[in-house]
Design a protein around this ligand. Structure first.
Ligand code: IVH
Length: 680
């Protein structure tokens, strides 16, 4: 089919979709302020994709569908730069003298006498990625190239197109030719996310974001490049035709931003050496909070006529300098490998390091993530390693320097017992994280376990919030959950921000919570893999706690929805003597529930039915009603739809009741619900 044969309305629609999607994409990726919900964007994107599949002639180079590349390349084609891509001189003195020396040199070379005004500088960040030249012809991205040796780079257009912040078409009136230079980089969140995924899959991780970016750009298959999301910041110009750049560098960057190119907001126009130093110091403070790595700042003489006058020394301009910050990667020695226990029991190996100054602070510990990661990197005590500290992220051991490994080192072995409480350490099959089975008994997990125990859907101890749990644990008033029930009003009233009244209320809430259900109790224990729904199934299936604690994995798996992973977690929990003690003490403290003999799961008429509860009930709370419905096999949902079987409307029911009526869904009042629960 020829392009002419495509109906006009389709052509118009395709153009419209392209323009809309490019604008929404710009708002989303470059400005960080989306104009429409993601779902709407996806819908429009799919519409355009469908149009292009039906009529491939409609595909335009600036279509957002074209960010995903076609076939993998055999090799990158060389690209001869129209204007050489230079590098900048680096001022290695990381202190203020670095800025002073540059300003003094500029003044000397411009022949400015001491009484002339300070030189104006454009200050920017020195992004830690790789330099890219983007070529736009008539406003459309036609080529992207690496720097290479400065004269000739490589054509990496396919991969650069995958960078969401790089516009495929410029906004407004576009020059005939405009080459934009800037840095492709990987943001820290993207880097962390990628590495976390790799770690979970036991695959090699990226050493740092810079390597991640370089690797992505050099992928021959752009679908592989897509897996490592990159970003881009423009910082200068290459060849231009039919475009008169403004008179200063800062105005040039403003113009690029107006054309829709991403330009970092962290930049400033300053006067003289003092201005440079102020910028340097301000950025040094912000550095850790930035979402990407920088290795310093860049100072550029702002006036372009002065830049021309200053010219170049070999391959470096005399009008720009990079002022470095302390490095984010350094070498040091692993003095010990220890394990830390997190608040949920996760065991993390940590390297104790010979103190080293990295990224502006002295680092003595670095995470080794998990056993697989140590094995993959083969980190051993005595090794010299590269340590990376960037942003607020915990410092990390990147890799071992092999030729510095001393003789007689030994592989690390994860301990079999928790270093905090001595309970067993279990690593479930297929998981990367090992955990301490100590639960409440383990000091490291106490707060988190108690917070969960008291939570609304568990024991529902009203008034026992995070702050109180913290005080109770820190003051050693509570070591395990049973200790909660031994607290008297006087002790509670003595805690921070507790009066006599709130102490009495909490004591009453504690007393109330003793009467519970087996399902809630099981959920409250915080057994891994046992959420609310599983706790209910287990309670219904086993009927009595004893039957459950005695069950072997095979028996456990006979319960609905309990597979090998859940069964193993339950078994590991109940086998831990500390957990058995905690349960015995809770029962001795008076925690109880209506206990039945093992009863088969009732095949009720409610099984599989969907309920929505709205309005206030009198005989029981909505949560209690939901619990009882779930035990009978019903589902409880938050919103009314055609699929809803019953809406239970209590007092003051509002829009959900109206919707139920509109959709002809059966509406029950509280009495109707109670009747159903009595005789399901
Ligand atoms: S300007 C003629 N500005 O640093 C000046 N470069 O050696 C050309 N870089 O690999 C470079 N941030 O990719 C400039 N704000 C910035 C920069 C920057 C990072 C990189 C650049 C190049 C190296 C310069």
């Amino acid at each position: 089919m020829k392009a002419q044969n495509i109906p006009d309305d389709l052509k118009v629609r395709a153009t419209q979709l392209r323009e809309q999607l490019n604008r929404y994409g710009y708002r989303y990726y470059v400005l960080d302020s989306p104009e429409i919900p993601d779902a709407e964007y996806d819908r429009l994107f799919q519409e355009l994709q469908a149009l292009e599949i039906a009529h491939p002639e409609l595909i335009a180079p600036d279509s957002p569908t074209q960010r995903v590349g076609g076939k993998p390349l055999e090799a990158f084609a060389p690209v001869r730069h129209q204007r050489p891509m230079l590098s900048i001189r680096t001022e290695t003195d990381t202190g203020p003298d670095g800025a002073r020396a540059f300003d003094a040199q500029v003044r000397r070379e411009l022949d400015l006498s001491e009484d002339t005004a300070p030189v104006e500088y454009a200050c920017e960040l020195k992004f830690d990625g790789l330099a890219i030249n983007l070529r736009y012809e008539q406003g459309v991205l036609t080529q992207a190239a690496t720097r290479g040796d400065g004269e000739t780079g490589e054509d990496v257009t396919q991969n650069v197109r995958t960078i969401k912040t790089v516009p495929l078409r410029l906004q407004g009136i576009a020059p005939e030719v405009l080459e934009v230079r800037g840095e492709a980089y990987m943001s820290r969140p993207d880097f962390e996310r990628y590495n976390a995924q790799q770690r979970a899959a036991n695959l090699p991780t990226l050493v740092n974001p810079r390597n991640g970016a370089a690797g992505a750009i050099r992928q021959l298959d752009s679908r592989q490049a897509m897996k490592r999301p990159l970003s881009f910041f423009a910082y200068g110009l290459g060849e231009t035709q039919g475009w008169e750049p403004p008179a200063t560098h800062s105005a040039t960057l403003d113009a690029l931003a107006a054309l829709g190119l991403p330009v970092s907001a962290e930049r400033a126009v300053v006067q003289g050496a003092n201005g440079l130093m102020a910028f340097h110091d301000a950025i040094a403070v912000q550095r850790d909070a930035l979402p990407f790595d920088i290795d310093g700042v860049v100072y550029k003489v702002n006036r372009l006529d002065w830049q021309r006058q200053l010219g170049f020394r070999t391959r470096e301009p005399r009008w720009a300098v990079a002022h470095k910050f302390p490095a984010q990667e350094e070498l040091t020695v692993v003095e010990a490998i220890e394990v830390q226990v997190g608040r949920t029991g996760a065991i993390t190996p940590v390297a104790r390091l010979k103190p080293v100054f990295v990224g502006g602070v002295t680092v003595t510990n670095a995470t080794l993530h998990n056993a697989d990661e140590i094995a993959r990197k083969d980190v051993r005590v005595g090794d010299t390693v590269i340590v990376r500290r960037a942003g607020d992220v915990i410092p990390e051991v990147v890799s071992v320097v092999w030729d510095r490994r001393p003789a007689n080192t030994q592989s690390f072995v994860m301990p079999a017992t928790c270093p905090v409480c001595g309970s067993h350490v279990v690593r479930p099959e297929g998981e990367s994280v090992a955990r301490c089975m100590g639960g409440f008994y383990c000091r490291a997990q106490r707060k988190e376990a108690l917070r969960h125990f008291a939570s609304r859907r568990a024991m529902d101890i009203e008034g026992l919030g995070d702050k109180l749990v913290k005080q109770l644990v820190d003051q050693e008033l509570v070591r395990g959950p049973a200790d909660l029930y031994a607290l008297d009003i006087a002790t509670l009233a003595g805690l921070e921000r507790m009066g006599a009244k709130s102490a009495a209320n909490l004591a009453a809430a504690l007393e109330r919570s003793k009467t519970t259900t087996l399902a809630r109790f099981l959920y409250a224990l915080g057994i891994r893999e046992v959420g609310e729904a599983t706790a209910m199934t287990l309670a219904a299936h086993f009927g009595a706690l004893e039957a459950l604690t005695a069950a072997e994995e095979e028996t456990l798996q006979q319960a609905p929805d309990v597979g090998p992973v859940v069964a193993a977690a339950i078994r590991a929990f109940f086998q831990e003597p500390h957990n058995q003690q905690a349960i015995a003490r809770l029962r001795a403290a008076g925690v109880h529930w209506p206990e039945g003999a093992k009863k088969p799961v009732v095949i009720s008429s409610l099984a599989g039915k969907t309920f929505v509860l709205t309005g206030a009930l009198d005989a029981l709370t909505r949560d209690q009603a939901a619990d009882r419905l779930r035990v009978l096999g019903a589902k409880v949902s938050g919103s009314v739809s055609k699929k809803t079987d019953y809406v239970v409307a209590g007092r003051d029911a509002g829009s959900k009741l109206e919707k139920a009526q509109a959709l002809n869904v059966t509406v029950l009042d509280e009495a109707g619900l109670l009747a159903l629960l009595e005789d399901p």
